[in-house]
Each structure stands twice: as C-alpha cells, then as structure tokens.
Design a protein around this ligand. Structure first.
Ligand SMILES: Cc1cc2nc3c(=O)[nH]c(=O)nc-3n(C[C@H](O)[C@H](O)[C@H](O)COP(=O)(O)OP(=O)(O)OC[C@H]3O[C@@H](n4cnc5c(N)ncnc54)[C@H](O)[C@@H]3O)c2cc1C
Length: 479
C-alpha cells in the first residue's frame, strides 16, 4: 500500500476511494464527484494496461480523457487467443490461452490486488506444478538434477541475484557457467527477463529485484482471459478509447499540443500521456516536435527491448508429464509452459515464449519455426511431439495442417518487441529519465518507465499509470 500513500500525500484532497479499483468506485451510487478542477483535455496514447489505468484514475476525478489506440482492440500486450475472432481454428484447450502476458506476478501486487477483487481462482505455479529443467536433451525436475554441478551452478547464480555484487556485465559473463548449461542459463536469466543471457545485465536485474514491493509469486487465472479482466476492470474507459487511431506525431511547441494521426486527423490536447512500448519509441513510430531531450533519447537507447514471440502448440496427448508447469532450458524454446496445469483435465497445450535474438531467428524462419520447436521436443521426448501434435480434421476425415498459433510481437508495428530490460551499463535511473515529463505537457508511462522493480510486467504498466497521474495532477495544481 506504499504507493497509494504516496499519491494521497499530494495533499490535493484526493479521497482514498479514488485509488481503489474502478469496480469499487464506479459501481457504487456514492461515487466521489470531480475533485480536480481542470478544463483541459488529457489525451492518452495507447490502450494497454498503463493507458487504461491512467485514464481510469483521471476519469474518476472528472478530468476529460481521450484514449487513442492504434490497434483494433484493447489490452495491448495483454491479448488472449479466444478474443482473436479472425483466428478461425481455435485451440482445443478448455481454458484461456494467452498470446502476450500469461502470468500474474505477486498475490499482493497492484495487478494481484485487482484480481483479488474479482475473486478469481488462481493457480500458484510454485505449489501446483513441478518445474522441469533441460540438460543434455533430458527434462527432469530439480530434485533429479541435484547432484549435477552445472545445474547447481545455474541455480546458485539465480539464487544470488538479489544480492549480486559482481561486475556490470551480462548474465552470461556474471554467471560463468559451463557451456553445457548455457541454454539453461539463457532460459532462466536471459529469456525470462526479455532477451538473452548475452544481452540482459546482471546488475539491472539485481537492482530491480531489490525494489520489488510484493511477494512476486507467479500464478495463472483458472478460467478468465487476462484481456477480459482488463476490459472488465476498465469498462468505464472502454467507450473513451478510439480504436484504429495510429498517432504519428506530437507537436508540443505551442500552447496547445497537436496530435496528428495516420489519416492526418489532428486532435488538440492540453496534456498528453504516451504509453506506447519502448519498441515504438526506439523505432521512431511517433515523431516529437520539438525533439525529445537528450536524457530521454539516451535512456531509450540504453534500455533494451528485443524481439519476442509466443508460440502455442496443441497436442493430442500430454507427453511431458502430469503436473508439469514450466520446462526451462530449451534452445529453440527457452520457456515451455504447460498452460493447462491446474486448470483442466486436458494438459495438452504448450505455451512457448521466446525473446531476444532467438525470437528474431525463429521469426525469420516463419512457418518453419514449428519444425525447429518440434525437433527440440522430439529429441527430449522420443519423437512424441511430431507424433502427437494435433491436426485439423478436414470434412472428409483426412488430417489437415498442424494446430499451432503464433504471436510475433517483434514484427508488430504497434509493439516492435516484447518487454523492456536493462542492458549492462543501464540502471533504474535510466527508467527515471525515460519517465520524466517534458514541460509539464508530455508525460510518459508504460512498463518500461516503471521504477519499482516491476518493469516488463503488467504490474510495471499499472505502477507507471499511478506515477504518471500523480505527476500530471501535480502539474495541474501547481500550474
Ligand atoms: C510474449 C510476452 C509475454 C509476456 N508475459 C508476461 C507475463 O507473463 N506477465 C506479465 O505481467 N507481463 C508479461 N508481459 C509483459 C506485459 O504484457 C507488458 O509489460 C504490459 O502488458 C505492457 O503494458 P503497457 O500498457 O505498458 O504497454 P502496451 O500493452 O504495449 O500498450 C501500449 C498500447 O499502445 C498502442 N500503440 C502503439 N503505438 C501507437 C500509436 N502510434 N498510436 C496509438 N497507439 C499506439 C499499442 O497498440 C498498445 O495497445 C509479456 C509480454 C509479452 C510480449
């Protein structure tokens, strides 16, 4: 609850209720009336978790908000397969499958708290599933590797990360494990944090772990797609979102801010909150005039944001083991998650997350990436992946194409990658620079601007929304 205290400390008469989830404020007849006297319009760019939450808080205080969203749906990197109506063949899974974020971190985190308010059934992966680790093309639980020196070297390195005191180098250099354990290290200390063990900095991860304010337990929701949770939680904001509005430029040189979209339509605003991914900022998806300050462009370059893909594969049988959760250490698939664990009798779907250079490589392979992934699983599970992959059954009873799904976030122009991470040489201070408002007019939110150790997650996006609203409200009352 520390963050909420900070907001109340603004001393502008904000009631505690303001910071409660919308369900609690907007569904009651005794909603607090507008408390912030402001005639201006705040335009929020992006309807992901950060944009929706910032809009919700401002809206609940009577501030006029418009949300411009480039895509045709709400949620950003929270996107559930079930909601993608253009995907005609759906998974056979009787539980939701996620194309972006799939885990909720922290039972007492900002997103964990929102979920608690809905009384949804959570599956705690640590207690309700068993992890497996791949070495020498064999996947086994930790206990079975306990006498293995390379496995222990990786495990001990990870356990020591919160108190890491070594050089400002990559995870791989910091860990110094043997080549045999490279893929395992990459999986747990590189891919997990958004890229590879060659690119993610050990100090940055350590610093972030030290800042966390919640228990960081990882869980999945039994029956509800995460995208639906966001849409429901922010239902008052949904009508204020203008879909298919691709912002191309923001001119903040005059009294009013002029936002121009892809069609050339212009919108005037008094304040703007930019919540687009770091990938969009890195690739100049939006042009700022005047240009961004040097400290901000420097932080945009220093913080990493790499290619990311999610591959979901349906099988006719679970050949990887009842009760299995994550299978770590693959080279093609650094992170396999048995996404049905605890949710269904049918444990037949694997959710594979690949980040960094490997994601880029697989993306280049296109449709053939599935062969690379199946070949790796075949090597571990005696050819069972190719044997049991589910296929579409044609109307004449013959077998059609294999059933698998791909979300290529790196190729998507509205994301340009997965989630942010600190490279060697970068610190949380770079996130502070990235977040810094410009001239009390342009404000920045989104997971990459989180400074509470939650960057790269939904919590990071939500934290950043609270922070940015505090900055914006301060600029109103002091302006
Ligand atoms: C494969 C993958 C797996 C992940 N797994 C997890 C996980 O398990 N748990 C977890 O907590 N987090 C996970 N994350 C990270 C999490 O999804 C993000 O941190 C979070 O959703 C980011 O929210 P955001 O609001 O900051 O940004 P976004 O969700 O990116 O929202 C920004 C919005 O801006 C829009 N936009 C972009 N350009 C423009 C433009 N020019 N004009 C208008 N709108 C624009 C985009 O369409 C998007 O909707 C994962 C991410 C990926 C990609």
């Amino acid at each position: 609850m520390k963050r909420r205290k900070a907001l109340k400390n603004l001393g502008v008469g904000l009631s505690a209720g303001l910071w409660m989830p919308g369900l609690l404020t907007s569904c009651k007849g005794d909603d607090p009336g507008p408390e912030i006297k402001y005639d201006g319009t705040v335009v929020i760019i992006g309807a992901g978790a950060a944009g929706l939450f910032a809009a919700d808080i401002l809206n609940s205080k009577g501030v006029k908000v418009i949300v411009l969203e480039a895509g045709n749906q709400i949620g950003g990197r929270v996107r559930s397969l079930r909601n993608q109506k253009e995907i005609l063949v759906q998974t056979a899974a009787d539980f939701p499958v996620e194309l972006g974020a799939e885990l909720v971190y922290g039972t007492d985190s900002i997103f964990g708290d929102m979920i608690k308010n809905y009384s949804l059934t959570r599956i705690d992966l640590a207690t309700e599933s068993t992890e497996q680790f791949i070495l020498d093309s064999m996947a086994k639980p930790a206990m079975d590797w306990s006498g293995d020196a390379d496995f222990n070297a990786v495990k001990n390195f990870l356990a020591g990360l919160p108190t890491y005191a070594g050089g400002d180098v990559s995870m791989k250099q910091a860990a110094g494990v043997s080549t045999r354990a490279d893929a395992l290290l990459n999986s747990l200390a590189g891919n997990y944090y958004g890229s590879s063990s060659d690119t993610v900095g050990a100090k940055g991860v350590s610093e972030a772990l030290g800042l966390l304010e919640h228990d960081n337990k990882a869980f999945i929701i039994k029956t509800n797609p995460l995208q639906d949770i966001l849409v429901s939680r922010f239902s008052t904001i949904v009508p204020k979102v203008r879909l298919n509005s691709v912002v191309k430029s923001i001119n903040y040189g005059g009294t009013k801010i002029i936002i121009t979209d892809k069609e050339g339509t212009q919108i005037e605003a008094d304040k703007v909150i930019v919540t687009t991914s770091l990938g969009v900022l890195k690739t100049g998806g939006i042009t700022f005039s005047p240009g961004l300050p040097a400290a901000k462009t420097s932080s945009i370059n220093k913080i990493g944001f790499d290619h990311s893909i999610r591959v979901v594969v349906d099988f006719k049988r679970n050949f990887w083991g009842d009760g299995s959760g994550f299978i770590w250490g693959g080279s093609q698939g650094p992170s396999y998650l048995n996404i049905g664990v605890g949710r269904s009798e049918f444990y037949r779907t694997l959710s594979i997350t690949v980040n960094g250079p490997k994601a880029q490589q697989l993306s280049v392979q296109g449709e053939n990436m599935i062969d690379s992934i199946l070949a790796e699983l075949d090597a571990i599970y005696d050819g069972k992946a190719s044997l049991y992959i589910r296929k579409v059954i044609n109307s004449d009873g013959s077998e059609g194409p294999r059933v698998w799904f791909l979300a290529d976030w790196g190729k998507d122009e509205f994301f340009k990658g997965g989630f942010s991470y600190l490279k060697p040489g970068a610190t949380v201070n770079d996130r502070v620079d990235l977040a810094a408002p410009i001239n009390d007019k342009i404000f920045f939110a989104g997971e990459a601007t989180d400074v509470k150790g939650d960057a790269g997650t939904i919590n990071g996006a939500l934290n950043s929304a609270e922070r940015v609203v505090e900055e914006l409200v301060t600029s109103i009352i002091s302006g």
